[in-house]
Design a protein around this ligand. Structure first.
Ligand code: MEV
Length: 312
């Protein structure tokens, strides 16, 4: 009986979420929280040992379809709460694609996995950029549509948008994630921003402004200029709030973290999910996040992307 395992990291967005959907620049870093899965041949479709038709798991069914697999056992394990803004669905898509391809004896390097994993994400959500999937597949840090040293890792085009993805070679920095505990679905939030932007020229200007802030921030990140990067993160949070994707819980955590941070902002789709703070005082930030009702985690970056095999 053939079987294979793979894992992929979650991510947080340093700058540029939502605007990246329209081809604006963005920067995301992979984190030391992973999604793992093991697949094996089976006489029926099983998810975590239970028969399932995957109708509630479109990312998974899209990956199976892409590989012409129907009956299979999938066992999953994740350090990433779903709907937390930490890229759990992209990590799932990347890990499952890598595991299934490995089991079938197909090539499963990052360039083999990225297209399939992004198609699974896009198919499930109906909208979105390849940023989350790229961070999960490549690991480390990725920049989208920012000036690249050398060739991009890959270029993806869809619905008239183009995303050149490159490695940002981010220096070591400490970030604290604060999870609000509120699960938020990415698709509807992205769709809401799209409608706002299409109907309102002010919202379109805000999206453009996020693009400019992100370009400056990508440069500050590479130069390890924490003061500048932090200020730009806080500015980005204000712009995202104007687009309507923040909320009282996120704002409370962002404001609370400000005192001990270079900057703080929501990360990912918003509407709940998580915020991040760039800080030299992670313990203090964790304490204040806890006091304000969030769940803090100190995350490490610079982690590997998707890979076949078992990982702890
Ligand atoms: C979600 O992590 C990031 C968004 O920009 C959506 C996307 O890029 O597909 C909100």
């Amino acid at each position: 009986m053939r079987s294979a395992s793979a894992s992929a990291p979650g991510k947080f967005v340093v700058l540029g979420e939502h605007a990246v959907v329209y081809g604006k620049p963005a920067v995301a870093l992979a984190i030391d929280r992973r999604f793992r899965c093991t697949v094996s041949e089976s006489s029926r479709l099983l998810l975590n040992g239970v028969p399932d038709d995957l109708s509630l798991h479109p990312h998974m069914s899209n990956i199976l379809k892409a590989n012409g697999v129907g009956k299979i056992s999938i066992v999953t394990e994740s350090d990433l709460p779903s709907g937390s803004g930490l890229g759990s669905s992209a990590a799932l898509s990347a890990a499952l694609s890598c595991a299934v391809r490995t089991m079938l004896g197909k090539p499963a390097d990052e360039k083999d996995v990225i297209g399939e994993a992004y198609d699974a994400e896009f198919g499930a959500q109906g909208i979105g950029s390849p940023m989350d999937t790229s961070a999960s597949v490549h690991g480390g840090g990725i920049g989208v549509n920012i000036p690249c040293d050398g060739e991009p890792l890959w270029t993806i085009e869809r619905n008239g948008n183009r995303w050149d993805v490159c490695d940002v070679h981010a220096p070591e920095m400490t970030f604290v994630v604060g999870y609000t505990g509120i699960k938020a679905l990415t698709g509807p939030l992205v769709e809401r921003v799209r409608r706002y932007k299409d109907r309102n020229s002010f919202a379109k200007d805000i999206v453009d402004e996020i693009g400019s802030v992100t370009l400056e921030g990508a440069d500050a990140l590479r130069r390890n200029d924490r003061v500048k990067l932090g200020k730009l993160m806080t500015a980005d949070h204000k712009l995202l709030s104007i687009l309507g994707v923040s909320g009282p819980e996120l704002n409370r955590l962002v404001d609370a973290a400000a005192e001990y941070s270079y900057g703080a902002k929501l990360t990912g789709a918003g509407g709940g999910g998580s915020m991040i703070a760039l800080t030299d005082r992670p313990e203090k930030v964790c304490e204040t996040i806890r006091l304000h009702g969030g769940t803090p985690m100190i995350v490490n970056t610079g982690v590997p992307g998707v890979k076949a095999g078992k990982t702890s």
